[in-house]
Design a protein around this ligand. Structure first.
Ligand code: COA
Length: 326
């Protein structure tokens, strides 16, 4: 029975930093409020002219190098994103051109902040069935272009970035052990970007009403996220007969440090075994997990044979997890 294994990781964040104090000078917020309520200290934002596929390109080059592969070796490109270059074509297709990955098929997956886990689950299936041998999966977001920079409830939370992984088949014990996907569309309006699509096509009215910006019922989302993620991590480990004490590293989606800490507490896991980078990057949606994964791989914080648990929660509402034997 084939398994899929991550054979290379890479990440990229734009150079421009916006810290909390800067936002505190522009709108009615403060470094103290943002740090205490979220754990975020600063975030990265793209420069003029920089698009999602540019971030994907930088992260992908590093992941390919780490895997020892050339772009032409890749047979499938999947980009998890909700902030692609344009509604069509897919950002994956634009990335294919930038990389010169001429032997690949290419498509996007959108499950908002759970996008990377959804993409990983799709990728895992293609590899396991033998349909793909060398797959490039990227989680990338340019959230800054979809934020109302005067809305303190949302603009302080999000950032831009990209993370990429290469997946290949393996017959050994290591690799992706299981993935778990969930969704509750009844709560779609908890986090949404209502304008610009076929329901509310772009018009003077949608722009005036700010419908092209991310809207979030933060507090309501927070409560569902904590409850749901606690259950999710416990059930994922149980299904694999892995005790929480055996877990080397939890790599959570980076929305709020209070949510991350609650999940870690539920598993009795010290924060030294939890990957946290939202202090530097904020919530980078689909990119948060692959960026954090790349950081712990490069720092040597996970080793061959370690159990690594990934989990995410986001708009949809969607949530999902993956257990990996590294
Ligand atoms: N600066 C200062 N005050 C702010 C603020 C800001 N940036 N944003 C909100 N506030 C105020 C609110 O207006 C409110 O004021 P009031 O009590 O006078 O009405 C107060 O702070 C509390 O707001 P609330 O929304 O209840 O805060 P919270 O503790 O729930 O924190 C979030 C807000 C968004 C940080 C938090 O709810 C969160 O992280 N939600 C989950 C996000 C998530 O997981 N999303 C899924 C993945 S994207």
């Amino acid at each position: 029975m084939l398994k899929s294994r991550i054979t290379g990781t890479g990440s990229y964040v734009p150079e421009k930093i916006i810290d909390n104090s800067y936002l505190g000078k522009k709108i009615d917020t403060s470094d103290e409020w943002i740090t205490e309520r979220t754990g975020i200290r600063e975030r990265r934002v793209v420069k003029t002219g920089q698009a999602n596929s540019d971030l994907c390109f930088e992260a992908s080059k590093k992941a390919l190098l780490a895997a020892g592969l050339k772009p032409k070796d890749i047979d499938m490109i999947v980009v998890a994103t909700m902030s692609g270059d344009m509604p069509m074509p897919s950002t994956a297709a634009i990335l294919q051109k930038k990389l010169g990955a001429k032997n690949a098929s290419a498509f996007d997956v959108n499950a908002a902040c759970s996008g990377f886990i959804y993409g990983l689950s799709v990728a895992d299936k293609f590899i396991k069935t033998g349909a793909s041998q060398k797959l490039l999966l990227v989680g990338a977001e340019v959230n800054s272009r979809f934020l109302d920079w005067e809305d303190r409830a949302t603009c302080v939370l999000f950032g831009d970035g990209a993370g990429a992984v290469v997946l290949e088949p393996t017959k050994g014990k290591r690799g992706i052990l299981s993935t778990h996907l969930h969704s509750d569309g009844n709560l779609w309006d908890f986090i949404c970007l209502p304008g610009g699509g076929s329901k509310n096509p772009p018009s003077e009215k949608t722009i005036k009403k700010g419908m092209h910006f991310i809207k979030m019922k933060g507090n309501e989302t927070f409560k569902v996220a904590v409850r749901t993620l606690e259950k999710l991590v416990v059930s994922t480990l149980r299904e694999n007969n892995v005790d929480p004490s055996e877990l080397a590293m939890l790599i959570p989606h980076q929305a709020n440090l209070r949510i991350i800490s609650a999940t870690a507490r539920r598993l009795n896991l010290p924060m030294s075994r939890v990957a946290v980078n939202l202090d530097k990057y904020g919530n980078t949606s689909s990119a948060s997990i692959p960026i954090a994964l790349d950081e712990v791989v490069r720092d040597g914080r996970i080793k061959r044979g370690d159990y690594v648990l990934l989990e995410a929660f986001g708009s949809g509402l969607t949530w999902g997890s993956a257990l990996i034997k590294w």
